[in-house]
Design a protein around this ligand. Structure first.
Ligand code: 4NP
Length: 154
């Protein structure tokens, strides 16, 4: 059984690259066959590497993400991925609005995968500091663990 998961935030330079990295790390030690990617609803940062502070947070947790490049989510993604996971409610609304009628992808909010945090946003650390990026890492890592377990059970 193969799976595919796309994480989507606004810029694809802070939160969703960290979610992608966290799930890659989580799945590295499992038997899962899963394609993992990330994208942004916006196009401002297309082609750019993750924010330096996101790269630093990833490195503090043992993962190198400097080779990631931002891209914008496309209609084709709704056919190419089984799961599209939004980092916040605005991202989820934007994705819902652009979702093609016959698309197979299941749309969800990242925190809907974490017991007790249903409906919450992963706060945007873009205007924050190092601590905010560490908090983002902790949040996406918690979700990644739950997502891996769900994929393994499906
Ligand atoms: P992200 O953070 O959505 O977590 O990648 C942001 C990055 C850039 C901008 C906003 C949020 N921006 O406005 O450029």
């Amino acid at each position: 059984m193969s799976h595919s998961v796309l994480f989507v935030c606004l810029g694809n330079i802070c939160r969703s690259p960290l979610a992608e990295a966290a799930l890659r790390l989580e799945c590295a030690s499992s038997e899962l066959n899963v394609v993992i990617d990330s994208a942004g609803t916006g196009d401002w940062h297309v082609g750019q590497p993750p924010d330096e502070r996101a790269q630093a947070a990833a490195i503090r947790n043992g993962v190198e993400i400097g080779h990631f490049r931002a891209r914008q989510v496309t209609a084709a993604d709704f056919h190419d991925f089984d799961h599209i996971i939004a980092l916040d409610n605005q991202n989820l609304r934007d994705l819902t609005a652009m979702r093609p009628a016959k698309a197979a992808a299941k749309l969800s909010l990242l925190f809907d995968h974490v017991a007790g945090r249903t409906g919450e946003d992963v706060a945007d650390p873009y205007y924050g500091g190092e601590d905010d990026f560490d908090q983002t890492w902790a949040e996406v890592t918690e979700a990644a663990r739950m997502i891996r377990q769900r994929l393994e059970a499906s």
